[in-house]
Design a protein around this ligand. Structure first.
Ligand SMILES: CC(=O)N[C@H]1[C@@H](OP(=O)(O)OP(=O)(O)OC[C@H]2O[C@@H](n3ccc(=O)[nH]c3=O)[C@H](O)[C@@H]2O)O[C@H](CO)[C@@H](O)[C@@H]1O
Ligand SMILES: C=C(OP(=O)(O)O)C(=O)O
Length: 435
C-alpha cells in the first residue's frame, strides 16, 4: 500500500509552482468533443489521474487524444465519426465525466452516459443538468444505470438553475453553443473555471456572453473549430499551499497564483493573522506565531470554496480559540475531521456546522484519506503534528495534486511517499534521522 509519511515541525519556506486547474481542464476536455473541424491543443494541463480518466472517456467516444506529459499539453481531434456512449467503467471513476452529456448531445443529437452517482462528500444529483437539456429540447430517458438523451435538434431556451451548479452550468453552456437561437441561463455558477470554459468555447467560434456573472447568454452557431488554449492556474492547489505556509509559520511564495480567484480565502487567512502579500511573481504567505479563530461558511463562488474547507479546518484546529465551520454546498464533507480525531482533533459536529475547539496539539497517527481534499488536509495536519503521520488512500490525492509531497519537501517539509517494498527501510531512516 502506498502512503505518505510526514514528520511535523518544519517551517515551510521558498517558492512553489502551481499547475493548471483540474476543474478547468476536465470540462474543457469535454468541450473538445464539439469542434467538427481542426485540432484542439491544450497547454498548462495538470498531470493528474482525473485528466487520464477524462482522456479515456473521450477516447472511448472516438476523440483522438495525444497526451504530452513532458510539456503538460494535450492534442485532441474530434473530427472523425464519434460514438455517443460514455460507459459506466469510466464515468464511475469520476463524476465530472457527466459533462460530456451536453457536448455529445449538441454534436450528435444523441448521448448515452452512465449515471455518475454520489461520492464520499455527499449525494450529488444531476437533476439540474437534465432539466437544462430538456429545456433545450432533449428527450431524457433513464434505464439500466444510464441516461439516454436524444433530440431532433436543440433549440435555445430560458433556463433558471435552482442552485448555481458548476457542472450543470458547464453542461448546459456547452449544449447551447450549437442549439438553434438564443439560450439564457440564470443563476449560473460564476467560478473562474466557468469563465475559462466560456473563453475556450468563444475561441472555438461560439457566442457565449456573461460568464462570471449570474446570467449567461448564448447565441447558437452552426459549428465550432479546434483551438489552442492554456488552462488557468489551479486556485485550490494555490490555496492549499497558502494554508501550508500559514500553518507552519512559514514564508512561501506561490508563483503566478491569482489573488482575485482566492479573495474569500485570503480574507479569512488575514482574519487569522496571516500576512498575505501580492507580489510581482505571485502571492507570498507568511504565517503568524499564533493563529486566531474564525468562522467560515462555504458558498458557491465568489463565496468561500467548499474545496478549501478541509484544508482550512486544519488551521482552525490549531488556532487559539473556538472556530465555526459551516458547509452549505455538500451534505457530508466532514469525514476528514473524523480522521483528524485520531490525531487529537477536538470538535463537535452539529448538523452542517462544526464547532472546532482549537489549540490542538496534534499527534502523528495513521490516517486514511476519504476524498481528494481530505487527503490534502491530513497531510497538512501532519506538517504540524508531533512525530510521524502516515496517510493512506493516495488515489484520492492523485486526482487533484501533482507531486504534492515533492513540492512540500522542496519547501522544507520532512515528507516521503513510499510503497510497501521500501516502507520498512524508509520508515526506519526517518525514525533514525530524528535521533
Ligand atoms: C470537476 C469540478 O469542477 N468539480 C467541482 C464542481 O463539482 P460539481 O459540478 O459536481 O458541483 P455542483 O456545483 O454541481 O454541486 C454543488 C451542489 O449542488 C448540488 N446539485 C448539483 C447538480 C444538480 O443537478 N443538482 C444538485 O442538487 C450538489 O449535490 C451539490 O450539493 O463544483 C463543486 C462545488 O464548487 C466543487 O466542489 C467541485 O470540485
Ligand atoms: C470535489 C472535488 O472534485 P470532484 O467534483 O471532481 O469530485 C474537488 O476538487 O475537491
Amino acid at each position: 500500500m502506498e502512503k505518505i509519511i510526514v514528520r511535523g515541525g518544519h517551517r515551510l519556506s521558498g517558492t512553489v509552482e502551481i499547475e493548471g486547474a483540474k476543474n478547468a481542464v476536465l470540462p474543457i476536455l469535454a468541450a473538445a468533443i464539439l469542434p467538427k473541424k481542426g485540432r484542439t491543443v491544450l497547454t498548462n494541463v495538470p498531470i493528474l489521474s482525473d485528466v487520464y480518466t477524462m482522456n479515456n472517456v473521450i477516447r472511448f467516444l472516438n476523440v483522438e487524444v495525444g497526451m504530452d506529459e513532458k510539456n503538460k499539453a494535450i492534442e485532441l481531434d474530434a473530427t472523425g465519426k464519434l460514438s455517443y456512449e460514455a460507459p459506466f467503467k469510466y464515468v464511475s471513476q469520476m463524476r465530472a465525466s457527466i459533462v460530456v452529456l451536453g457536448p455529445l448531445l449538441a454534436r450528435l443529437k444523441h448521448a448515452k452516459v452512465a449515471m455518475p452517482g454520489g461520492c464520499a462528500i455527499g449525494s450529488r444529483p444531476i437533476d439540474l443538468h437534465l432539466k437544462g437539456m430538456e429545456a433545450l429540447g432533449a428527450k431524457i430517458e433513464q434505464h439500466d444505470g444510464y441516461i439516454e438523451a436524444t433530440t431532433t435538434g436543440l433549440v435555445g431556451a430560458n433556463i433558471y438553475l435552482d442552485f448555481p451548479s458548476v457542472g450543470a452550468t458547464q453542461n448546459i453552456m456547452m449544449a447551447a453553443t450549437l442549439a438553434k437561437g438564443v439560450t439564457v441561463i440564470e443563476n449560473v455558477a460564476r467560478e473562474p473555471e466557468i469563465v475559462d470554459l466560456a473563453n475556450v468555447l468563444n475561441k472555438m467560434g461560439a457566442n457565449v456572453k456573461g460568464a462570471g456573472t449570474e446570467t449567461i447568454r448564448i447565441v447558437g452557431v452552426e459549428e465550432l473549430h479546434g483551438v489552442e488554449h492554456a488552462i488557468i492556474q489551479d486556485r485550490i492547489e494555490a490555496g492549499t499551499f497558502m494554508v501550508a505556509a500559514a500553518l507552519t509559520k512559514g514564508n512561501v511564495l506561490i508563483k503566478d497564483a491569482i489573488a482575485e480567484h482566492n479573495i474569500p480565502l485570503i480574507s479569512k487567512l488575514e482574519e487569522m493573522g496571516v500576512l498575505v502579500q501580492e507580489e510581482e511573481k505571485g502571492i507570498r504567505v507568511i504565517g503568524p506565531k499564533e493563529l486566531k479563530p474564525i468562522a467560515i461558511k462555504t458558498l458557491p463562488y465568489p463565496g468561500f470554496p467548499t474545496d478549501m474547507q478541509p484544508q482550512v479546518s486544519v488551521l482552525q484546529l490549531v488556532a487559539h480559540g473556538t472556530s465555526l465551520l459551516t458547509e452549505t454546498v455538500f451534505e457530508n464533507r466532514f469525514m476528514h475531521l473524523e480522521e483528524l480525531r485520531r490525531m487529537n482533533a477536538d470538535f463537535k459536529i452539529e448538523g452542517n456546522t462544526v464547532i472546532i475547539y482549537g489549540s490542538a496539539k496534534l499527534n502523528g497517527a495513521q490516517v486514511a484519506a476519504t476524498d481528494l481534499r481530505a487527503a490534502a488536509a491530513l497531510i497538512l495536519a501532519g506538517l504540524v503534528a508531533r512525530n510521524i503521520t502516515q496517510v493512506t488512500q493516495l488515489k484520492y490525492l492523485d486526482r487533484g495534486y501533482y507531486k504534492f509531497h515533492e513540492k512540500l519537501a522542496s519547501l522544507g517539509a520532512e515528507i516521503k511517499r513510499i510503497d510497501d517494498v521500501v516502507e520498512k527501510q524508509d520508515y526506519r531512516l526517518m525514525q533514525h534521522s530524528r535521533k
